[in-house]
Design a binder for this molecule. Structure first.
Ligand code: ARG
Length: 458
């Protein structure tokens, strides 16, 4: 294949190097952005008087035709082109002859690739945001279908205090909301046009950089051409946002894996999102959730790959930067898949309210309620904590549930509780008492649910 830079070379590249050097197999997916950028550049050249208006419109027509074609089917054999930039330029030259040979006036692939990646982030971050919304909707729907369901809340994975299941599910909505916001920030910071930066020093043609940015729907123009061609901060930021999002999905997956075990038995996944064992006939495994948890490592890996890639690069463009694409594309695809899978799993989750309620009725979950009742009766909290601690210990020594502790023992340790135990050990009353904004009381959770439904337009 003829190169776009062949003049000073005498002999051809070694075929192995040629393949090693090419990015077309993985940057072909940027072709839409490359065409958009080239359209904006052609317009800029016409405004600067470098191209005649008729020439610019012939180029534009040809680019639009190419866009239609690339949308229809796969691009031609990847082996023929060095990268997506060479592919588009080659197409113009093939179709328009010498006019096509004018398109690269005053521009460099260094700014083109920086622009394509920025447009890619604008677009895909937006897609991930809508997939986040879908996952949030699935959480809210499950919460809504089980508004009164109780579950034990855990700290250190030890039973702590009862919660409403809906409260637990909405906690993940909050995490995802922050991820959504981070992506919005990232899109804002990425909305900068590097066009006009040339290879590193800026172009000598009088292009109207602001107009080109506006053509592309970008908010700003870069302030320093050298920074513009070598900056990949926006990619690091984007993949970090995806990594943290994946950490949230992974924690959620881990919860659900635990909750579907026979030991917990709180949730059951339908066959549609479960897998079996080749050996053990009884098995039904939560593979979908395990894969979400596992794929989190892949996205974190992409983040580390990119940071490591950048750390030793001297100023200006260096070919190392071509290696930013595989981890970026993998991170985006993986995260999108996991969000979609989360939504699907949530739709296929059966909640076993009976099992959750039973686990929530363990009297020890209400130990804090006992201590706080004593506080309301005038006992200093530390004393109350100690008294209830003793009650728990005695019940354990006698191997009886807290509610069955003989009143003789109760009277000896904490006489104020004698007649109040029954009411205090009720998990429903326990959640109802936590009636502060952000608390797990049904009234508060109901308010949160309607807030989410409004926000998500359910
Ligand atoms: N394929 C290259 C990349 O992805 C495009 C920029 C090439 N620039 C250059 N001066 N070789 O980074």
């Amino acid at each position: 294949m003829k190169k776009i830079w062949g003049g000073r070379f005498r002999t051809a590249q070694d075929p192995f190097f040629e393949e090693f050097n090419a990015s077309f197999p993985f940057d072909a997916c940027l072709v839409e952005y490359e065409i958009q950028g080239t359209l904006a550049h052609a317009r800029a050249l016409a405004r600067a008087g470098v191209l005649k208006p008729g020439e610019a419109s012939r180029i534009a027509r040809e680019l639009r035709r190419l866009l239609q074609r690339t949308r229809k089917g796969p691009l031609p054999d990847g082996k023929r082109f060095e990268d997506v930039h060479a592919f588009v330029e080659h197409h113009l030259t093939e179709q328009l002859g010498d006019l096509g040979r004018k398109i690269h006036t005053g521009r460099s692939r260094n700014e083109q690739v920086a622009l394509d990646l920025r447009l890619f982030v604008q677009h895909t971050a937006g897609q991930i945001q809508s997939e986040i919304r879908q996952a949030q909707r699935a959480l809210v729907r499950l919460a809504e279908n089980h508004q009164r369901a109780l579950m034990p809340g855990y700290t250190h994975l030890q039973r702590a205090q009862p919660l409403l299941l809906a409260h637990y599910l909405l906690a993940y909505c909050e995490m995802l909301e922050r991820d959504h916001g981070r992506l919005a920030d990232c899109r804002k910071r990425t909305s900068v046009s590097p066009l006009g930066s040339g290879a590193l020093a800026g172009t000598s043609f009088p292009v109207h950089r602001r107009a080109a940015a506006q053509d592309l729907g970008l908010r700003e123009t870069s302030q320093n051409s050298l920074d513009a061609v070598s900056d990949r901060d926006f990619l690091v930021e984007f993949i970090f946002d995806l990594s943290l999002l994946m950490v949230h999905l992974s924690r959620w997956a881990e919860d659900f894996i635990l909750f579907t075990t026979s030991e917990f038995g709180f949730l059951e996944l339908s066959d549609a999102v479960s897998a079996g064992s080749s050996l053990m006939p009884q098995k039904k495994n939560p593979d979908a959730l395990e894969l979400i948890r596992g794929k989190c490592g892949r996205v974190t890996g992409s983040l580390v790959a990119l940071l490591t890639l950048l750390k030793g690069i001297p100023f200006g463009y260096n070919k190392d930067l071509q290696e930013d694409k595989p981890p970026l594309l993998d991170a985006v695809r993986t995260t999108a898949d996991c969000l979609n899978m989360m939504e699907l799993v949530l739709k296929h989750t059966r909640v076993r309210e009976d099992r959750m309620r039973q686990a929530s009725s363990d009297g020890e979950l209400m130990a804090t309620d006992l201590a706080e009742e004593l506080v309301r009766r005038g006992v200093p909290f530390r004393t109350a904590h100690e008294q209830v601690g003793k009650l728990v210990r005695r019940a354990r020594e006698k191997n009886v549930p807290l509610r069955d502790l003989p009143s003789r023992e109760l009277r000896a340790i904490s006489p104020l509780l004698v007649r109040r135990m029954g009411r205090l050990l009720d998990p429903e009353a326990s959640v109802a008492r936590r009636n502060v904004p952000g608390g797990t009381a049904p009234a508060q959770v109901r308010r949160q649910l309607s807030r989410w439904k409004r926000r998500l337009r359910i």
